[in-house]
Structure formats: structure tokens, C-alpha cells
Design a protein around this ligand. Structure first.
Ligand SMILES: Nc1ncnc2c1ncn2[C@@H]1O[C@H](COP(=O)(O)OP(=O)(O)OP(=O)(O)O)[C@@H](O)[C@H]1O
Length: 576
């Protein structure tokens, strides 16, 4: 403290607040775990423990994968042998058919007694050909699909495991962003893909909590489940495919034995039989071709079902050009709002919520977790409509206001700001052109200065043109918040909504973000949701929520005097 250095400033920035030792420790543990843990989890270690390491690892072939490498991955080489043998036998069916066909033609020139005695023999041979075709084609199709599906499953499991065991620096590479990694494993059914995607996005948490093994098991189980479903589909398809092929030979034998009776009784000539047999050959060729579409047809049906479902889902939101566009000053009123999320219709989140916020003032929403604070914000943005009650802005029910216009009047800063993989300038000006506004460089700089992010941006070699990575991954949490605040300031909204905007930051960042938010709030009606009660002490009004209604309302000092819920919340927080 005496040195008045960085530590001194940190302590000062916490101004009268208890040192959040627990969080500090977590940050330090996180760093040391990542440093030490990442070393311990390097790829080679993993490969050494892995079955693939005994062979030539597939990961050494990332640029040019050889067919032999693919064969090395399969854990069922005998299935490849079965496939090859079945294919060889199945390949003989056409030459055999040609031999049988030639033999049949020859029969028609024989004397009638000899012809009749040979008919059954040759028909039987068609029957056998048809049986062998069913067995060989279905075996070849089943075994080969099993080999490829197994191989793909194995590759995905091992790739996923390898990704989870990488050092954090691996994920900083532009080719290893969560979206790109997820896309590599993207040919999964949605459920499997979502597990993969979440763990890529939250890789720090996964590694910190040592969840690699668990996540890997969950992924593997989901993959195996989907693999089992695919197997069932493959079995049906393979058998259908082989039966369609074999049916031709069967029909041919049947037509021959049946036709021969007509020839013997003089009802048909040999020429008629030739015609029928030839027509059967042509028809069978076409039938064979159509079976190739069976698989695609199944997939298309599934895809179309999903699309039709999405296409026909009605929207309860009005069209973009509907609704009034009144001048907005910023007086907000919630009147007996009752609301349940559609997904949980039986649980009322807001049970008669009423609150008034006058123009230019700041109201803080506090309360226990799940009391409905964020829901209030979502309703004001019209992400949902209340089941009962009204939300008014300057006396007009927001249900009557054009949704796009309403949102253009509201700035929203959340704990995890939505940033994009583009430059700082593009992120700050994001959505401005949709408002029909043109902003100058000076406007952008002014907004960034008010959000206390200009100095940082100016210190970067590429300044405002610096790319900030996917979801702003190249920025710190506080910097991300300040970029989002600069964006909100530039939009110049009449109403500002801050949803837990500082709860994830360390004390120093929190102070800067707090100052930036104070600037952003100036002259605007603000609704702030915060977990750290210290950040809302200066609000004009604090609404304490419990079970979907406001239970206490007043200033910080007034509420402390009441010694009710707020008092106990404050006490509990400082005690912690
Ligand atoms: N999209 C949703 N679908 C279904 N239920 C939801 C949804 N969002 C929130 N809920 C539920 O609504 C209730 C209120 O959630 P809300 O996020 O508004 O609470 P909160 O007071 O902001 O909580 P916290 O302080 O923990 O963020 C919770 O029980 C939550 O589980």
C-alpha cells in the first residue's frame, strides 16, 4: 500500500468493498491450472495413451490423408474382407445371368418334350441366382456401410478427444475457433453437434473443471446412439436394395416357367416369350436405378419435415411495418404484468409485476436468482408478450408500437455482449445503418471516449480497424463490455437496459465499466439488473423483486431502514 503502485490502485478501486477473495483465488487457480494443466494435457501425451498411437496416428496426416491411413483407423478389418468377398460374388451375378439367359433362348428351339423337361431346371437356376443376389448384395452393403460408419464414428470420437486435450493457445488460432471446430464435426445429428459446440465454446471451463473425460463420454454416448439409429436405417436400405435386384431374376424365372406353359398349350409363341423376357430386362434396369434414390429420399424426407415444421410455425410478433412510431421520451410503466415462458406455460415468472420509471431516471432491479429480473428486460424489448397486463412507454402500450422502432429506441448491454468477428469500428457501428443513420469518425470516437475504450483502441497498431475475433475473443471481458457500451451510446437510445453488465468483471475492470455506464446513462431512462448490490446503490430507485412481483421499492438508504429483503440481501452479500 505504501508504494502506491498497482496494488494500491486495485484496493482503491474497490472503494470500501470487501475484497472478493474467493473470486481472486479462482482467477489465480484458473491461470495456474491452465498453465500447468495445459502442459500436462499436451497432444503427444494424449497420443501416447491412445490406441491410435501404436499405429501411425491420423493426426500426422492432416494435409494429405492416404487411403491406407483410413484403413488403419477401422477396428474391424474382417468386415473389409467380408465386403470384398461379397462384392466379388455379387459381381458375378450379371455374367451368370447372361449365361442363363443364353441357355433359356436355346430351349425354345428344342422339341416340346425336351423343352418341358428342361424348363423347371432353368427356372430353378434363376431362383438360386435371385437368392445368391439377395445374400451377397445385402452382405456387401451392410458390411461396407458398417466399415465406413464405424470409421467415421471412430474418427469423430478421437478428433473430439484430441481437441479437448489441446492447450488453450490452440483455440486462439483463427482456424480453431469454436464455430470452425464445430463445423469440422458438423455432420452430426443436432444433439451430438450441440454437445460438441458447447464444449468448444466453453473450453476454458471444461479444462478448468477437468471435464474432458466426462464431456468425451457424453459425446461418445450420443454419437453411439445416433450410430445405432443409422445402422437400423442402413440395414433396411441394404435389404431393400438387394431384394429389388434379386426380384428381377426371380420374376424372370417365374415368367419363363409360366410362359412355357402357354407355349406348350399353344396359347403363346416363343416370340411372345422373348418379348416378355426382354421387357422384363429393360424394366429391371430402370427399377435398379430408382433404388439408388431410396437413401436420398429418406434423408430428403427428414430435412423437408424439419423445414416444413419451421416454415409453418406461426409468429405472434407483428410484421415489421406494422405499429405506431410515437416520439419516445422514456417514461416506462409496467401494469400488473403476468407472464409465463411458452416453454414452461404452467409456471408464472411474473405474477402481477408493476413498476413506474420516469424519464431520465435509473431504476435498479434486484432480487434473488430466478425472481424474474431479466424477464422484465426481455418483455420491455418485446422478445416476448405478456400474458396479462400492459407495458406502457409514454402512455402508449408497447404492443401498439412498431417492434423495430421500439428496439431502435432501446440500448441493451448484457453480461456477455454480442460482438462479431470484424473490426472494432464495425462492432461499434453495428446496426447503425439499419436505423437509417450515418455516423462520422468523430461520432465513433466520441462514443468510444464516453465508454472509456478510445485510449485502448488508439494504442492498437491498427486502431479502429483491429479485428477482435469471434465473439470478441481477442478482448478482455471489460474491453468487450466497453465496446458494447460504445455501441449503445452511438445508437443514442432513449432507454438503456443493463442486464448484469458488470457482474463477471474483476474490480478494476468493473470500475471502468461502471464509469462508462454512468456516462451512458446520462439523460436516459435506465433499468439496471445487477447482482452486486454495490453497483446499484446510487440508483434513483431500487425495486426488490421476489416471485415475480416488486416486494420493496425505495432508495438504498430507505430500503436499509425498512430492514426487509433488501437489507438481508445486502447483509448476506457483505458477509460473503
Ligand atoms: N427462455 C426461458 N424459458 C423458460 N423459462 C425461463 C426462460 N428464461 C428464464 N426462465 C425462467 O424464468 C424464471 C425467471 O428467470 P429470470 O432470468 O428472469 O430471473 P433473474 O431474476 O434474472 O435470475 P438471475 O438473477 O439468476 O439471472 C427462472 O425460473 C428461469 O428458470
Amino acid at each position: 500500500m505504501e508504494k502506491k503502485g498497482v496494488y494500491y490502485n486495485l484496493v482503491l478501486s474497490q472503494s470500501n468493498k470487501a475484497l472478493d477473495i474467493e473470486e481472486h483465488c479462482v482467477t489465480e487457480i484458473d491461470k495456474s491450472f491452465i498453465q500447468n494443466g495445459a502442459k500436462h494435457l499436451n497432444v503427444q501425451d494424449w497420443l501416447n495413451q491412445n490406441r491410435l498411437s501404436s499405429k501411425k496416428s491420423v493426426y500426422q496426416f492432416s494435409e494429405d490423408v492416404k487411403y491406407l491411413t483410413l484403413l488403419q483407423i477401422t477396428n474391424s478389418p474382417w468386415l473389409i474382407i467380408v465386403t470384398v468377398i461379397a462384392c466379388l460374388i455379387a459381381g458375378c451375378q450379371m455374367p451368370t445371368f447372361a449365361i442363363l439367359y443364353g441357355g433359356v433362348l436355346r430351349l425354345f428351339v428344342l422339341p416340346i418334350e425336351e423343352f418341358e423337361s428342361q424348363v423347371k431346371l432353368w427356372s430353378g437356376m434363376f431362383g438360386i441366382l435371385s437368392l445368391v443376389t439377395i445374400i451377397t448384395i445385402s452382405t456387401a452393403a451392410l458390411a461396407s456401410s458398417s466399415v465406413t460408419e464405424n470409421m467415421i464414428k471412430e474418427l469423430r470420437i478421437q478428433t473430439f478427444k484430441n481437441i479437448l486435450s489441446q492447450q488453450l493457445s490452440f483455440f486462439d488460432h483463427k482456424n480453431h475457433s469454436p464455430i470452425k471446430l464445430t463445423n469440422i464435426l458438423a455432420k452430426e445429428p443436432p444433439l451430438v453437434k450441440n454437445i460438441a459446440a458447447e464444449s468448444h465454446q466453453n473450453i476454458k471451463t471444461v479444462q478448468f473443471l477437468c471435464l474432458q473425460e466426462h464431456i468425451h463420454n457424453v459425446y461418445t454416448n450420443e454419437l453411439k446412439k445416433s450410430y445405432r439409429d443409422e445402422r437400423k436405417q442402413s440395414i433396411v436400405l441394404s435389404i431393400t436394395f438387394s431384394i429389388v435386384h434379386a426380384a428381377v431374376y426371380f420374376m424372370y424365372g417365374f415368367a419363363f416357367i409360366y410362359g412355357s406353359n402357354f407355349v406348350a398349350s399353344g396359347k403363346m409363341t416363343a416370340e411372345d416369350i422373348y418379348r416378355v423376357l426382354f421387357a422384363l430386362i429393360l424394366a429391371s434396369t430402370n427399377l435398379g436405378t430408382t433404388t439408388l434414390f431410396f437413401q436420398d429420399f429418406g434423408k430428403a424426407k427428414l430435412a423437408v419435415t424439419q423445414v416444413v415444421k419451421l416454415m409453418t410455425t406461426g409468429s405472434s410478433l407483428p410484421k415489421s411495418d406494422e405499429g405506431e412510431r410515437p416520439e419516445i421520451k422514456g417514461n416506462i410503466q409496467f401494469k400488473d404484468v403476468v407472464f409465463s415462458y411458452p416453454a414452461r406455460g404452467h409456471t408464472q415468472v411474473l405474477t402481477g409485476f408493476s413498476l413506474e420509471v420516469t424519464q431520465g431516471r435509473t431504476v435498479a432491479l434486484v432480487g434473488g436468482s430466478g425472481s424474474g429480473k431479466s424477464t422484465v428486460i426481455a418483455l420491455l424489448e418485446r422478445f416476448y408478450n405478456p400474458n396479462k397486463g400492459h407495458i406502457l412507454i409514454d402512455g402508449t402500450d408497447i404492443a401498439k408500437i412498431n417492434v423495430g422502432y421500439l428496439r431502435s429506441q432501446i440500448g441493451l448491454v448484457t453480461q456477455e455482449p454480442m460482438l462479431f468477428d470484424c473490426s472494432l469500428r464495425d462492432n461499434i457501428t453495428y446496426g447503425i445503418s439499419a436505423l437509417g443513420r450515418i455516423v462520422t469518425d468523430q461520432d465513433i470516437i466520441d462514443a468510444a471516449k464516453a465508454a472509456y475504450i478510445h485510449e485502448f483502441i488508439a494504442s492498437l497498431p491498427q486502431g479502429y480497424e483491429t479485428n477482435i475475433g469471434e465473439r470478441g475473443s481477442k478482448l478482455s471481458g471489460g474491453q468487450r463490455q466497453r465496446v458494447a457500451i460504445a455501441r449503445a451510446i452511438l445508437r443514442n437510445p432513449k432507454i438503456l437496459l443493463l442486464d448484469e453488465a458488470t457482474s463477471a468483471l474483476d474490480s478494476e475492470s468493473e470500475k471502468v465499466v461502471h464509469d462508462a455506464l454512468n456516462n451512458a446513462r446520462k439523460g436516459r431512462t435506465s433499468i439496471v439488473v445487477a447482482h452486486r448490490l454495490s453497483t446499484v446503490e446510487n440508483a434513483d430507485l431500487i425495486a426488490v423483486m421476489s416471485q415475480g412481483v416488486v416486494k420493496e421499492l425505495g432508495t438504498h438508504t430507505e430500503l436499509l431502514q425498512v430492514r426487509g429483503i433488501y437489507y438481508h440481501l445486502i447483509k448476506a452479500q457483505y458477509h460473503n
